[in-house]
Structure formats: C-alpha cells, structure tokens
Design a protein around this ligand. Structure first.
Ligand SMILES: Cc1cc2nc3c(=O)[nH]c(=O)nc-3n(C[C@H](O)[C@H](O)[C@H](O)COP(=O)(O)O)c2cc1C
Length: 320
C-alpha cells in the first residue's frame, strides 16, 4: 500500500516521505541503518566520521542495494578527511550532505557547484545565523537534552526551535528529546518543519549496537544521563561506572579518558554496560522497548495525525 506523503519544505528538499531525519551516529548509522530509515519513509544519514574512503564507498553501496530512496552523508567539517568524504558523496550520486562540527563555509562552494542540498547542525542562534549566511538549505537545531555532543550554549530544544524558526528564512529540523509522536508534534508546533531522532533510533532492531546498550537505554530514566567533558566537547552519555570515574576529572582530562575508551566499546563486542561510553539523550526516559525502525516511524507519523484530532477536540468550543 502506498504511504501518504507529507508535503513541506523538508520533504521537498530531502526527497523523503516524512520529515524525520536519522541523527548521524559515528560507526552506528552506516549504510544498513540509513537504508532502514529511508525505506520507512524518513531520511537516512550515513555518518562518514571514522570511515576511510573505501569504507564510506562500501556503506553507500550497501545503502544503494537496500533502498532506492535517497540517503544523506554526514560530514563533520573539522575532520581531516572531510573534503575527501565530500568527494566520495558527490562521486557516488548523493544529493544531500549534512555538515556538522565546524563552519560549512569552507565546503560550500564545492557543495553548491556539485548541485547538492546541504543541511547543517547548530545548537544556538548565532551559529544558526552564520550557517544560514553561508547558504545552507536548512538547519538541524539540536537542544541540550540530545544524546552525544551537545551545544556549549546549553539551550534546550523547547527554547531553541521557536527562536530559530522566527529568525531564519530557511527551514528548521528540531533535534534533541524527540522520540515519539508527542515530541514530533510539539516540535512542529514550535515552528520546526522536521525532526531528527538519535537516541530513540538506538533502541531499534536494526541498530547495530550491542544488546547491552539497547537494554541500558530501555531501563534508563530521564535522569540517567550526564554531560561530561570539556567546554569544547561536552557530551551527553548514559551514567555508568566509567562516567562516575570521569565525573571527578577536569574537562580536558575527561575528554582524554573518554576518548581512550574508544568506539569499540559501544559498537563492538568488547565492552559491557559498565565499561562503554554510551552517548544517550534524556529522551531515554521515554524508551522502554526495542522496535523495528518502520514501526517507530509509522507510529510517529500516525500518532501526530491522531494527536492533532485530539487537540482539535480538546480545544473545540473554547472560544465564546
Ligand atoms: C549513540 C549516539 C551517537 C551519536 N554520534 C554522533 C556523531 O557521531 N555525530 C553527530 O553529529 N551526532 C551524533 N549523535 C547525535 C545525533 O546525531 C542526534 O543529533 C541526537 O541524538 C539527537 O538527539 P536525541 O538523542 O535526543 O534524539 C549521537 C547520538 C547518539 C545517541
């Protein structure tokens, strides 16, 4: 059965059915995961971070074999291989790049010359204005409750989205704290035209993290996360034995200690719930089941529609 498609600036820009973007997650959102999200009607993103040229090409080929729908590539601008990742994306026919962690300005000429769409992750108004002035097509506005690296301004999603929606002429994709239809509708009401989900996607069947990570997320509450690291690199993670040890360190020392844990602890078979650094947002408090990606997205889209009906009924007859 054909799914109904939403029509707004984000679905038009990204070529997806619903304005739901998968948050890039290093070594997690690879070809298979991106294809699952795009096949479910959202916009899947492959994180180029941590991949060699050959690995990124392989993940893009994997995505291409699993879906005929568009997927994007996330390029953290500060990484030394950012320019190379952009060339791979262009060569392999990607239509949208998602830049983050640094100003997109230095890549913009090449991106636009190749005719690509670009979305860029921001966490505050100044950053958003600068990104808009470089010519990005949309911003992903990430609030402080998000999982992973968070903004130094510490502005929450609820306060960030309406400010950016008012200040920018380009569309805003809300990120941070969104894991179901209620969060999605709230973001849309605040002025966003799409949402990004990270933490909620970790607890899906398709997500390639170890079971202990998914289980820890499902048993977490809203206060199970902590922001650690320096002012330069604050990161929100699930509390465990590692974070208890790191919490006593100063910022730079904490950065080093967490980097030393390595990615393998959350993507490989080497870690466990006490030794892994597990990026995770406060929305974990809402997550209590591991579900297929398709069910997650369908539940959000259908849920928004029925919530709109509920809201209309709740507010009917309010005016005299
Ligand atoms: C496990 C995990 C890993 C992440 N890794 C990255 C990353 O490598 N690069 C990045 O830009 N964002 C990363 N993020 C942030 C997500 O892309 C997204 O912005 C964030 O998860 C949205 O907030 P939410 O977790 O409340 O849904 C990560 C998030 C999680 C939960």
């Amino acid at each position: 059965m054909m799914r109904e498609t939403w029509k707004n600036r984000i679905t038009a820009l990204l070529g997806c059915e619903f304005p739901i973007v998968s948050g890039p997650m290093r070594l997690i959102t690879l070809g298979r995961m991106a294809a699952s999200v795009s096949n479910a009607g959202g916009f899947g993103v492959i994180a180029a971070s941590g991949l060699t040229r050959a690995e990124l090409e392989k993940e893009l080929r994997t995505a291409r074999t699993l879906t005929g729908k568009p997927v994007g590539v996330n390029i953290p601008v500060y990484r030394p291989n950012a320019a190379e990742a952009l060339e791979v994306a262009i060569d392999m026919g990607v239509k949208t790049v998602y830049t983050s962690a640094g100003s997109p300005a230095k890549m913009m000429d090449r991106i636009k010359a190749a005719g690509l769409t670009v979305i860029h992750k921001v966490s505050g108004l100044d950053m958003a204005r600068k990104a808009a002035s470089t010519g990005v097509d949309a911003v992903v506005a990430m609030g402080f409750e998000a999982g992973g690296h968070v903004g130094r301004d510490a502005v929450t999603t609820f306060c960030l989205i309406p400010v950016l929606a008012r200040a920018l002429g380009i569309p805003v994709i809300a990120s941070g704290g969104i894991g179901d239809a209620r969060g999605m509708l709230a973001a849309l009401v605040l002025g966003a035209e799409g949402v990004e989900i990270g933490t909620r996607l970790v607890a899906t069947r398709e997500c390639p993290v170890p079971q202990f990570f998914k289980d820890s997320l499902c048993s977490a509450t809203g206060s199970s996360t902590v922001v650690l690291g320096s002012q330069a690199m604050p990161i929100r993670v699930l509390k465990n034995a590692v974070t208890a040890r790191v919490a006593g360190m100063d910022g730079a020392e904490a950065d080093r200690a967490m980097a030393a844990q390595g990615d393998a602890h959350y993507v490989g078979d080497h870690g466990n719930k006490d030794t892994a650094v597990m990026p995770c947002g406060q929305v974990a408090g809402l997550v209590d089941a591991i579900v297929p990606v398709e069910d997650l997205l369908a539940g959000m889209v259908d849920g928004v529609r029925s919530l709109v009906d509920t809201m209309a009924a709740m507010t009917s007859g309010v005016r005299p």
